[in-house]
Design a protein around this ligand. Structure first.
Ligand code: PEP
Ligand code: MN
Length: 341
């Protein structure tokens, strides 16, 4: 349920409503919007006495939240959420660009990439230190050593760090170094991991599972929000279909659809979404045209030598050109890429 408070509601009235909600065995989450303060009563809504909430102090109305995901839903929060983590701002008019290698491979590789993507206008650096690989024989990442290199890249460039966490046990370690915890497609329904990230003070980038429905994806985001972490970005990275010409199928209708259903920002990953370097620039531009709040793009100094995902990585020059194209599209749709507005 959503309890919409009147404009005249005082801090005590809001506190009283929280007490009333909790007395019913529900969790109370206060959302301060521009226009109104609402209190979400989250949990089993069929509890006896739920209608008594309507007679609370300075209550305007009590409405059901129809969507299965309560905290993620637009019904709860009509305004877009803005997620900020260091130099990265995504949502509510801000288009963030996260760029960098699939995996952190060496100091030289990472620092060269960090400086190049920054110069081209990226607002955050990506790089996997813990890699979820399909084969146990593939490169698994540099782990903590990789995290240290990412922190060094941040101190040299000022770019926020986005890096994946693959296990609940590693959340604290990764959060020591990262600004944004990436939850990979393979882990979208790892509920213990989602809960651990929900307790973290770091922002989260939740990738869509390749065979997850949008409702399943938003319910996964709900786990993180329910844990108390409000800084959640969704990332569409392509789904598995019968089509084999691209690595995955990148559905850009996800952007306007998800934006209708949720206040959370949506970031597009054209690298994993297509699996081919030559398709990344066009799909980056298309994502911006569709209204995406951000992009995450793989960039490598020498893609043919990359330890993972070289075939879908851009060179520095290709990334610079892609950014130039995206800037033009952003202007055409009255948005600005990267820059705080
Ligand atoms: C990645 O970002 O390198 C990655 C492993 O992505 P995904 O989880 O979308 O496959
Ligand atoms: Mn990758």
């Amino acid at each position: 349920m959503i309890i919409v408070m009147k404009h005249t509601a005082s801090a005590e009235d809001i506190q009283q409503m929280i007490t009333n909600v909790e007395a019913l065995g529900l969790k109370a989450k206060v959302i301060e919007g521009v226009e109104r303060t609402v209190i979400a009563a989250v949990g089993e809504e069929r509890v006896a006495g739920i209608h008594s909430l309507e007679s609370g102090p300075n209550v305007d109305e009590v409405l059901p939240i129809v969507a299965p995901y309560k905290l993620a839903s637009r019904e709860l929060r009509p305004e877009d959420s803005l997620v900020q983590a260091g130099s990265l701002a995504v949502g509510s008019g801000q288009i963030g660009v996260i760029a960098g290698p699939c995996s952190v491979e060496s100091e030289e590789q990472l620092l060269a990439t960090a400086h190049a993507v920054k110069a081209a206008g990226a607002t955050a650096l990506r790089g996997g230190a813990f890699k979820p690989r399909t084969s146990p024989y593939s490169f698994q990442g540099m782990k903590e050593e990789g995290l240290k290199l990412l922190a060094e890249a941040r101190s040299q460039t000022g770019l926020a760090i986005v890096t994946e966490v693959v296990s609940p046990d590693d959340v604290d370690l990764v959060a020591e170094y990262a600004d944004v915890l990436q939850i990979g497609a393979r882990n979208m329904q790892n509920y213990r991991l989602l809960e651990a990230v929900g307790k973290s003070h770091r922002a989260a980038l939740l990738k869509r599972g390749p065979s997850a429905t949008i409702d399943e994806w938003l319910l996964a985001a709900e786990y993180i929000l329910d844990g108390g972490n409000q800084n959640v970005m969704l990332c569409e990275r392509g789904i598995r279909t019968f089509e084999a010409h691209t690595r995955f199928t990148l559905p850009l209708a996800t952007v306007p659809y998800v934006q209708q259903k949720t206040h959370l920002p949506v970031v597009i990953d054209p690298s994993h979404g297509t699996g081919h370097t030559h398709l990344v620039p066009a799909m980056s531009r298309a994502a911006i045209a569709a209204g995406a709040n951000g992009l995450i793009i793989e960039v490598h100094p020498n893609p043919s030598k990359a330890l993972s995902d070289g075939y879908q990585s851009l060179t520095f020059d290709q990334f610079e050109e892609t950014m130039a194209g995206c800037v033009k599209i952003a202007e055409a749709v009255d948005r600005k890429l990267g820059v705080m507005q």
